[in-house]
Design a protein around this ligand. Sequence first.
Ligand code: FAD
Length: 444
Amino acid sequence: MNTASRTLHGYSRTPAHHVRADIMRPERRHEVLALSDAFPLIARGAGHSYGDAALPAADGKIVMTERMDKFISYDADNRVLKCEAGVTLLDFFNSFVPRSAYLPVTPGISEITIGGCIAADIHSKNHWREGGFSRSVKSLSILTSEAGLVSCSRSENPQLFAATLAGYGLTGLIIEAELQLQPLLATTLQTQAQCATGIDELFARYQEATEKHAYAVGWIDYLNDTTPRGLVLTADYDLHAQKKEFAPWQPKKKKPLGLMAPAFNALSQSMFNRVFYAKHQMAPSAAQELRPFLFPWDNLANFNELYGKNGFYEYQCCVPEEGALEFFKMLSCELAEIKNDVPVYFAAFKRMSNCEGLMSYPFKGYSFLIDVKATAPAHAFLERLDALVCEYGGRVNLAKDARLSARYCHIMYPQTNAFLTVAEQFNKRGLRASAMAQRFEWIR
Ligand SMILES: Cc1cc2nc3c(=O)[nH]c(=O)nc-3n(C[C@H](O)[C@H](O)[C@H](O)COP(=O)(O)OP(=O)(O)OC[C@H]3O[C@@H](n4cnc5c(N)ncnc54)[C@H](O)[C@@H]3O)c2cc1C
């Protein structure tokens, strides 16, 4: 198959993760099956992982899945869909909202592929209720280097199945997925916001909200002058809302946000935060349509350009339930101390549950997220944070990561060896490998 050369980068846009890569774009089944095993390959969906998970290993090439985008079959009685891995969530929702079916676990942007959702076992603002994306996966067809095309599910090749959920493409190229859809009860949600000052109040209100609501996320303003303050944002499907005719969702035009990068700083973001907080304080309840609720980043798909040429880090870590509040307070104190050097542009937290993927990020606890510009002080701070996360028995989300060391990754993911054993059984000689796999010294 012909290869082309293109510069690719992770969503963080950090300079270390801009690479010139050889890419292949198979479309038909025979083209996929004919992919050469003369060099390491890694799949790339929409390229929305933040670091190097979808970038090639040294001497490796990329298989873009953008043309593997067909729906194969749909069993409407049982709501079971078979589709290729390059189908995007945007295409999925356009086809299935009119059939009143949906996937309950989706990330914050719809430009992402089904393959990317499986390979990172992505989570939503309802993880403690619905689990990860993997819960919707019934079976997979995977192209491996040693055994060719292999089917797997919870009953057939179960180890390969568990390793492929959050397997970051290292068990093979997911060609097809069979997905269990759920009935979509409404396309309007009732959202609510509660204001809180200080970490104790914010955390307590959030915990309470998770007992009552379908979705809940905590937002924190670390740029506030005094005590950090935040919002608990919740949502529930509005079963009484009048059904509207579905107008297909269009891909959103990208705004030239890169032009605003010079004006994007702690002061401008602090003003944005104030407006965001005041808006929710003044109008705490609102009705929201499905797309802006599920995919708030569709309107700001290239917000990463705001961070300028050095990019940013999105640090996301999950910490066990028992120590979560203490960790949250410790993190907030540390952030207050280094506020001038490492301002936090965006921060949020969510409640999580256990997952079945061997390398899935979430477990029963709380997930905390901060966005910071990729500067030297930020790098130094995040290294300290890695140690703190380990101390609390937590782990970093690899789909968002661009900088974690091999040593910390191994401590945070004690199941790594079991995962690599399965990946190597189906792909000897590092033939499914990414830059991230090399960074973590997973290619043995
Ligand atoms: C604005 C924004 C919001 C986000 N919100 C969330 C969120 O709320 N929750 C969350 O969990 N994540 C979130 N993410 C992260 C994102 O969901 C994941 O990084 C996801 O994996 C990206 O999918 P992709 O199609 O872009 O995959 P890529 O970035 O292209 O690839 C990600 C990984 O999947 C592998 N992969 C992709 N396709 C295949 C395939 N066919 N076979 C085998 N492996 C494959 C790649 O090799 C790579 O390791 C967000 C990202 C952005 C940019």
